[in-house]
Write a protein that binds this ligand. Structure first.
Ligand SMILES: [Fe+2]
Length: 522
């Protein structure tokens, strides 16, 4: 593991980053205090001598941000880049283009949920040191609230204005672990609710009070603008920052479909209003994105389809006695014997059914990457009309918010995780207790997902903790690691028993002259 890098020179103290790689292009980002003209270079070597592209640009005088769309690059190639303003040079960043047709494998990491005031960013530092081609940020890159007392935040209040959201993003970008992550890998991002406000929806948010925070439309626009300034993306509609849905093609091996599930959705309903949950017109995507997604997922060209959603897509409802309402994990409510988190796709089942039907029509293997619920899951979900799973969903643990199980008395997280695995159809594994990230290696016939656990205060202690294999058939399925582990345990136990028998036999033989008289043998 590498050490924590030092921040760049003063004017470049927010580091560098790269986003939305294609097979021949990538977005390069930096922030220059005070804005103004600067020069950028992309090179084929880390020392910066073999320049492959260069140019001039101007950083925005207010935000200081600049994004450069570099074209003419080669597929599946690593590049280094830097910026220069006057005599000052930025830190050097590394990025990588996506592969063209014929690629044998790609490694994609996912991370999410980082509340600056609540935890150190060691998870990001650990991920910076892992060999991946692309990092997907699943949202909650910032939190709009001021919860947590581990580190002072800027601004020291709930975010409302554009300046507020910019300041919080800038604070994150001065964190050395996050700078290291951005300098090491290209990223694609989607936002989740806290990037805007808790449980945000089209016309409001749970914690948004118009009397205190002003019009929601203005706050939402401010949050989205700051998000785009710090996490630039190739928009569906270049003139509308609220349209971040897009597709990245890693040749014919994988297509990554990035969605947003907060800015256009209908208002979430509680479990006390089940009749609304089942309304066939309810939307989490909004009409434009829905039409786009349902068309994209039927494309038979890519071997693998990876759908990225800030919120969990699979069915995570489970039977529970009504008496447990209020005692469930955050965001769950219980009604009529069913526990449901209606803030995720479980609150929009009709649209999920449409997505599952489209995936079934394509018939190829699909993975879903999601986060938001501060826990790690492996799920065979998105059941079609015949009740069969159409995708494997991999849920990412938090980078720097308290894992759900750590909010419970010691030991209960593991017990609850086991209970959820038993209670929820298709849920094959649940971990509620760890910070970390997940890495998916996709090959033609299979994918391998590995969850890493990280101590946020010690990024050098990162370790791959759990691996699941996904078979790439028409209906992708998770290969149960416990069976393999059980087999290894059986083999290990058999070997240990054999060794024990040999040792005991030898010992008995060696000790026989002494033991014979003791047992009265003649
Ligand atoms: Fe979160």
């Amino acid at each position: 593991m590498q050490g924590v890098p030092q921040p760049g020179p003063d004017r470049f103290r927010h580091g560098v980053a790269s986003f939305d790689p294609g097979q021949d292009r990538v977005l390069l980002w930096t922030l220059v205090d005070g804005g103004g003209p600067l020069r950028w270079l992309a090179t084929a070597d880390e020392t910066g001598r073999q320049v492959v592209a260069e140019g001039e640009a101007a950083a925005d005088p207010v935000s200081g941000v600049v994004t450069v769309d570099v074209e003419g690059l080669s597929p599946a190639t690593t590049y280094w880049y830097r910026f220069e303003a006057g005599d000052e040079r930025s830190p050097v960043g590394r990025t990588r283009t996506l592969p063209a047709d014929g690629a044998q494998r790609i490694r994609i990491a996912a991370t999410c949920c980082a509340r600056y005031a609540q935890e150190e960013f060691g998870v990001y530092g650990a991920l910076a040191a892992v060999d991946v081609d692309l990092v997907v940020h699943l949202g909650d890159y910032i939190y709009e609230d001021d919860k947590g007392d581990k580190r002072p935040t800027e601004p020291d209040r709930t975010l409302v204005s554009l300046d507020d959201y910019r300041a919080r993003h800038a604070l994150h970008r001065r964190d050395p672990h996050l700078q290291a992550l951005h300098a090491a890998h290209p990223m694609v991002s989607v936002w989740d609710d806290h990037d805007l406000a808790d449980n945000a929806w089209r016309d409001g948010a749970k914690s948004h009070d118009p009397d205190e925070h002003g019009p929601w439309a203005e706050r939402k626009a401010a949050a989205i603008q700051a998000h785009h300034e710090f996490l630039p993306k190739r928009l569906a509609d270049a003139g509308d920052l609220s349209t971040p849905w897009r597709r990245l093609d890693a040749g014919d091996l994988v297509s990554v479909l990035l969605t947003e599930t907060r800015a256009h959705r209908d208002e979430p309903v509680g479990a006390t209003e089940d009749e609304d949950v089942d309304d066939p017109d309810r939307t989490i995507l909004g009409p434009e994105q829905r039409a786009w997604l349902l068309e994209q997922v039927t494309d038979p060209t890519p071997r693998w389809m990876v759908v990225v959603s800030g919120t969990v897509v699979s069915e995570l409802e489970f039977p529970a006695p009504d008496a447990l309402d209020g005692a469930m994990p955050e965001k769950y409510a219980v009604k009529d014997g069913l526990a449901r988190n209606s803030d995720q796709w479980d609150g929009y089942p009709a649209e999920r059914s449409a997505l599952a039907a489209a995936l079934a029509e394509r018939g190829g293997p699909t993975l879903v990457l999601s986060g938001d619920i501060h826990s790690a899951w492996a799920v065979e979900g998105l059941r079609d009309g015949e009740g069969r799973a159409t995708a494997v969903e991999l849920v990412c643990p938090p980078a720097a918010t308290t894992p759900a199980g750590k909010l419970l008395p010691p030991g209960l997280g593991a017990a609850l995780g086991a209970a959820l695995t038993r209670s929820i159809e298709g849920a094959r594994w649940v971990d509620l207790d760890h910070y970390g990230f997940v890495v998916v290696e996709l090959e033609h016939d299979q994918a391998t997902a590995t969850w890493w656990w990280v101590d946020p205060e010690d990024h050098t202690a990162a370790r791959p903790a759990r691996t699941w294999r996904i078979q790439g058939g028409e209906r992708p399925s998770l290969v149960e690691p416990r069976r393999r582990r059980g087999l290894w345990r059986f083999v290990a136990a058999a070997v240990a028993a054999a060794v024990l028998v040999v040792l005991v036999t030898r010992r008995l033989r060696a000790s026989r002259p002494l033991s014979l008289p003791l047992v009265g043998d003649p």
